[in-house]
Ligand binder design. Structure first.
Ligand code: SF4
Ligand code: SF4
Length: 132
């Protein structure tokens, strides 16, 4: 039986929560975040979201996501893309994606090697693995 920890264990380095932009939030993400925060949507929007046309992202503060504080403070209400990271299916398409993602995420067990990593990742997907 494979386990996600066979290929990834988050070190909580925070790299993926840093930058001047964040992932975008779809309608389900927005609904989940609003419910988690127990605030009305307008207030969440004003306080936490950056809205550009149809694109809703989280605001950033001091070069990181507004929810980052030595870890994710909105964990159960985080966007699905945050939950999926770093086990992005594009890893299975191209070793270059595996290399690029493992460069930016120290939690990836790249010492397994690409082929074994993919074998385990495929089994996790077959077993219904959905991280978010
Ligand atoms: S970059 Fe990887 S190890 Fe670091 S916090 Fe993000 S998921 Fe965890
Ligand atoms: S929602 Fe959480 S996991 Fe996603 S970028 Fe912000 S702090 Fe990081």
């Amino acid at each position: 039986m494979v386990d996600v920890s066979d290929i990834f264990v988050c070190t909580r380095c925070g790299f993926c929560c840093h930058g001047e932009t964040t992932v975008s939030l779809d309608a389900d993400d927005r609904e989940r975040m609003v419910a988690f925060l127990s605030m009305d949507e307008e207030k969440v929007k004003r306080k936490f979201w950056r809205v550009t046309g149809n694109c809703v992202q989280m605001k950033t503060v001091d070069g990181h996501c507004i929810f980052y504080d030595e870890g994710c403070t909105v964990h159960q209400g985080r966007p699905w893309r945050c939950g999926q990271w770093p086990l992005h299916p594009s890893i299975l398409d191209d070793e270059a994606n595996f290399m690029a993602i493992s460069e930016s995420c120290p939690g990836i067990k790249k010492e397994k090697g690409y082929d074994i990593f993919c074998e385990i990742f495929r089994k996790l997907i077959e077993n219904g693995f959905v991280q978010c």
